[in-house]
Design a protein around this ligand. Structure first.
Ligand code: SAH
Length: 192
């Protein structure tokens, strides 16, 4: 297959927006795969801020970062991403160039703990306010479970209404696949 699959495409978008030394946000640590990717992307002078509401996800992420010797590039908050503006120091605000949300539930974890549109949207709004121009927010939307479909609908409504003076909004989705595979919404903050 030549078309890029969903998760590689999410990474490609972030690679375009983020350069070594930048500050980025992993809005949902999960099992920490994206956290490792982001920590490598920002390099030794960059910084990753990570959020998750579950200790299990935080433990898994710390273990994975330690395996890759990347723990010192990542600040982890045991908090919802809706606290992003409070938790990330003001001095860093203008230098955030990328953020990723891997939505839904923790694979192998408690399926009742899921992301919800209200808090996801609150975090997106905060990020749009504080990110650098041309900063990239990538949402990977898992809509194969009941709450995921509800979150998808609310996020689509929100994204469709985002002012084109504020952001470029892209949807990347395979439309003929079964079982509701994840898809991407990318939000690029405009220059002015
Ligand atoms: N569905 C993805 C993984 C998603 S993991 C996949 O299959 O690969 C989603 C993570 O978001 C979970 O670890 C969960 O604890 C976390 N989460 C839920 N609500 C959150 C919030 N408000 N802020 C930050 N993380 C949250």
């Amino acid at each position: 297959m030549i078309l890029e699959r969903i998760l590689p495409f999410a990474k490609s978008l972030l690679k375009k927006a983020v350069t070594p030394g930048d500050t980025v946000v992993d809005a949902t640590l999960g099992n920490g795969y994206d956290t490792v990717f982001l920590a490598e992307l920002v390099g030794e002078h960059g910084k990753v801020y990570g959020f998750d509401v579950q200790q299990e996800a935080i433990d898994a992420t710390i273990e994975r970062l330690n395996q890759h010797n990347l723990r010192n590039r990542v600040t982890i908050f045991h908090n919802g991403h809706e606290k992003v503006i409070d938790r990330i120091p003001v001095s860093e605000h203008g230098s955030i160039t990328g953020a990723i949300f891997n939505l839904g539930y923790l694979p192998g974890g408690d399926k009742t703990i899921v992301t919800h549109s209200e808090t996801t949207i609150a975090a997106i709004e905060q990020l749009l306010a504080i990110m650098a121009p041309e900063g990239m927010i990538v949402l990977v939307i898992y809509h194969g479970h009941e709450q995921g479909a509800i979150e998808r609908d609310a996020l689509m409504q929100y994204c469709l209404k985002l002012d084109q003076k504020t952001a470029h909004v892209l949807q990347y989705q395979f439309i003929n696949q079964q079982n509701n595979p994840p898809f991407i919404i990318a939000i690029e903050k405009k220059l002015n």
